[in-house]
Design a protein around this ligand. Structure first.
Ligand code: URA
Length: 275
């Protein structure tokens, strides 16, 4: 058995994917018809997904490294660097198989993100809640309904064909138990996924929803009330911060401020070539 086969077996994925050229069993046929990405990309994604956070090491890093380009010697390329080279298929596979932090133990579904993958607008929230964990889609509860109306008010929609497209993602892809705040190690393991999503979408404007997302993304302790009304930057993309829709459901008086924030975002978007 070669090294890659050993790694796939160790990760428990060898029965889910069929190597090119191999005959799938009858039960595998449906899976194979749907999951067709090249095995190299899938294997890389699975290796990254299964890479444990420091303190959860179950396998030496060298075992999950990838071969150095062109050379026989094998190098453990840092996890974030490998994720930064993923396309959508590998990134999605890596997220859905991720066991890099403890949140994987209690999740029902990972929540990758939704919407137009070439959108000019990207929205970033905190983490999946109960409904999102069940459905595998961000912002599907009451807060999501409010978010959809806010988007509609500025001509945006997550639904194809209903307005200008948006891509919606969260800082964390798995639900923290009881909706507690994300812990630093969880954010650290998920951050490369979000950064790669930003790089692949290439939005002209990012709107960050709420304190937790804003403070983690902007690496600050400043409250939302002081972050909003200004233009920040992440990965070279202008960022506008606004209140979290769940907060707005409880604090109706701040809805007017959220509207101002969306207007600011629209202005910045136009200044960056958006129409
Ligand atoms: N709150 C968030 O920040 N994200 C979701 O997906 C749902 C609720």
């Amino acid at each position: 058995m070669n090294r890659r086969s050993r790694m796939l077996e160790a990760l428990g994925v060898s029965t889910e994917w069929t190597l090119r050229g191999a005959q799938p069993s009858a039960e595998q046929v449906d899976d194979v018809a749907v999951v067709e990405p090249p095995i190299e990309a899938e294997a890389l994604a699975a290796a990254v997904a299964a890479e444990p956070a420091p303190g959860r090491v179950e396998m030496p890093p060298a075992e999950i490294g990838i071969p150095a380009a062109g050379g026989g010697a094998e190098t453990a390329i840092p996890r974030a660097q490998r994720i930064a080279a993923f396309g959508w298929t590998e990134l999605e596979a890596a997220v859905s198989n991720c066991t890099s932090c403890k949140l994987c133990e209690r999740r029902t579904n990972t929540v990758f993100g939704v919407g137009d993958r070439q959108a000019d607008w990207m929205l970033i929230g905190e983490a999946p809640g109960e409904n999102e964990d069940k459905q595998g889609e961000p912002f599907v509860g009451q807060a999501g309904k409010l978010l959809d109306s806010m988007l509609r008010a500025v001509g945006l929609s997550r639904q194809p064909g209903e307005g200008k497209g948006v891509f919606i993602a969260n800082v964390l892809k798995c639900r923290p138990p009881g909706n507690r705040d994300p812990e630093p190690d969880e954010v650290a393991m998920c951050d490369p996924y979000l950064k790669r999503q930003i790089a692949l979408v290439k939005p002209r404007i990012i709107v960050v929803l709420g304190r937790v997302a804003a403070q983690n993304l902007l690496q600050t302790q400043t409250p939302v009330s002081k972050l909003r009304g200004k233009v920040h930057e992440v990965e070279g993309v202008p960022v506008v911060v606004t209140y979290h829709p769940a907060y707005l459901l409880r604090t109706l008086t701040d809805k007017a401020r959220a509207w101002e924030d969306l207007c600011l975002a629209r202005k910045v978007y136009a200044e960056h070539g958006g129409q």
